[in-house]
Design a protein around this ligand. Structure first.
Ligand SMILES: [Zn+2]
Ligand SMILES: [Zn+2]
Length: 343
């Protein structure tokens, strides 16, 4: 089977591997139908963070179950499933509290997702069953299911951890796929005013389609001033979907006293001035999304009913063999998010 391999920063290739097999408990082999490139993949693609050369890649997929371990009873061969990047077990303290992204028994161990087949551990609880088969759905619907493996669940997690409530004014920092999905997340939770921070016209357009009411293109101090002008005292909740120092510092400043910042941008900073939080009673939460929990509780149903269409973040699609172009498109900002379509 073919799978994506990281050769060196800026260079991805497709290579042949043995098809993965069941080799332990709680596993499933998935025939991948769609996979995707994540904004977080760009950190190592650009050489900013480390990844072993020659290693396989990817952590977002949907597909059909090909085989399961003997102990797996919640999914069976032939089921169509969302394959989350997280690996909840469903019964540890973290999973029971609704934080399956921080599962205490499983954390990783699946094979890479940008491939024709993958081995998923934590198959019994974490896989999210989609009714029917891939052929029953339109390409647009498959794109929306795809976002439930990571970005839509992560955007929703930002809104959830920022404690967005009915009628709130919310600021969403970051106009990547996660930030755009954060707009949807805030809307689902009842936000009345959603201020999306974006300086790119194509992304502004999608943010507005997803439910944003205002766009702020400024950054840093100018952005803070603009948001204060719009809101008076700052936002009730702030979704931080970038992860840089500037973004987190800005997020803390644009919340009103007592606001909560929900952080889902993978942090690429060493330290934060937490005193800035103290002087304005700002709460800082967030972390790894609880993908299975959010998908089951609300997101899958919202996609199936057509209430939300997060798949619009996929503005470019590629065959698996063109994975280099899929990464380059996101790296060069020609794509918001690249979809990989298996043939
Ligand atoms: Zn991802
Ligand atoms: Zn667990």
């Amino acid at each position: 089977m073919r799978a994506t391999v990281f050769m060196e920063p800026g260079k991805m290739e497709i290579k042949n591997f043995e098809k993965p097999e069941i080799n332990g408990e709680d596993q499933a082999i998935i025939r991948v139908v769609r996979a995707s490139v994540c904004g977080s993949d760009l950190w190592w693609y650009r050489g900013i963070s480390d990844k072993e050369k020659g290693s396989t890649a990817g952590h977002e997929a949907i597909g059909v179950v090909e085989a399961v371990s003997k102990d797996v009873t919640n999914v069976k061969v032939g089921d169509f499933v969302i394959v989350p990047f997280t690996h909840g077990c469903g019964h540890c303290a973290a999973c029971l509290a609704g934080f399956d992204g921080d599962c205490l028994t499983h954390s990783a161990g699946s094979s890479s997702f940008q491939a024709e087949y993958l081995r998923y551990v934590s198959a019994n609880w974490a896989l999210v069953k989609i009714p029917g088969q891939p052929e029953d759905y339109s390409d647009d619907m498959l794109k929306s299911f795809m976002t439930l493996a990571d970005v839509m669940a992560t955007g929703f997690h930002a809104a959830k951890t920022a404690e967005v409530k009915e009628g709130d004014t919310v600021v969403v920092m970051g106009d990547g796929a996660v930030g755009l999905c954060g707009v949807i997340g805030a809307k689902i939770l009842g936000a009345k005013r959603i201020i999306a921070m974006s300086r790119h016209e194509d992304r502004q357009k999608i943010a507005l389609e997803f439910g944003a009411t205002d766009i702020v293109a400024e950054r840093g101090e100018e952005a803070v001033n603009k948001i204060m002008e719009l809101t008076g005292a700052g936002a009730d909740a702030v979704l931080e979907c970038v992860g840089t120092k500037e973004s987190i510092e800005t997020a803390v400043k644009v919340g009103r006293p007592g606001a909560v910042v929900g952080r889902v941008g993978v942090p690429h900073i060493d330290e934060l001035d937490t005193n800035a939080l103290f002087w304005r009673n700002i709460g800082l939460r967030g972390g790894i999304a609880a993908v299975t929990t959010h998908d089951r509780a609300i997101l899958l149903e919202a996609v199936l009913s057509g209430e939300i269409n997060p798949g619009k973040v996929f503005d470019k699609q590629f065959a698996l063999d063109d994975v280099q172009a899929a990464y380059a498109a996101m790296d060069e900002r020609n794509a918001i998010k690249s979809l990989l379509v298996m043939d």
